[in-house]
Design a protein around this ligand. Sequence first.
Ligand code: NAD
Ligand code: ZN
Length: 251
Amino acid sequence: MQGPDAVAALAGELAAATRIALFTGAGISTESGIPDFRSPGGIWTQMKPIDFRDFIASEDMRREAWRRKFASDPTMRAARPNRGHRACAHLVATGRAGALITQNIDGLHQASGIPDDSVIEVHGNATYAHCLDCKTRYELEAIRAPFESNGTLPHCRWCNGIVKTATISFGQAMPQAEMRRAETEALAADCFVVLGSSLVVYPAAGLPILAKRNGARLVILNREATDMDGVADLVIHDSISDILGAAVGAA
Ligand code: NAD
Ligand code: ZN
């Protein structure tokens, strides 16, 4: 479904719901200028992500990871929330959605006004770094200068652990508290809405199925088809900002 019919159908699903769970992926941020992974021309088609085990095992891989991070960081820092983010913020602020589960690492949901504790980040956050051992937080700017001047890799000043952006890489363990909260939200919802995710990255992609098996209506709003379209109650292949923005009347 697309266009005005999709707006009406989505508005109907949202109005009928008692408790909505929002689940976002990279697709909600493309209209803010951040490329996703799997759209045609997305990051995936240009370079393979660095696996966590390779990052830990090799200084060269860590240098490559930081080089990519600092090359892409100006884009992430310049990005501002779009109408899709604002529509989500409206649903949380009005209590229609209990919380928002995101696979994104760009901080744009918080920037759109959703309180930190209502954003469940299952893949972490790329706007800062932390020590993998003691979790002390480090700001990117403090890492950038020594890295760019002579390739110095960041280590923790307290425990000498490896410092990495606070994201969950492929091959890295999921954050347990966040995953538990996400599951609780999925099970509490009677309407689970997927926004801009190809639904291929597990275990996060198991959340819509968990909600659906528990009796929730499943709505997928994604430009391209996903493997879960067949089990969803409403499938919309259109722009998130246009369709969700209009369905909730967001500015
Ligand atoms: P993905 O790239 O696999 O899929 C994104 C989907 O969104 C695609 O199927 C695409 O058709 C759709 N899409 C793109 N723009 C859209 C729009 N404006 N309206 C509607 N649909 C749109 O993304 P994923 O499923 O989130 O998995 C990628 C992983 O990469 C995630 O775990 C995430 O952590 C990470 N990632 C995050 C960001 C970010 O934080 N902005 C960006 C790239 C990758
Ligand atoms: Zn440390």
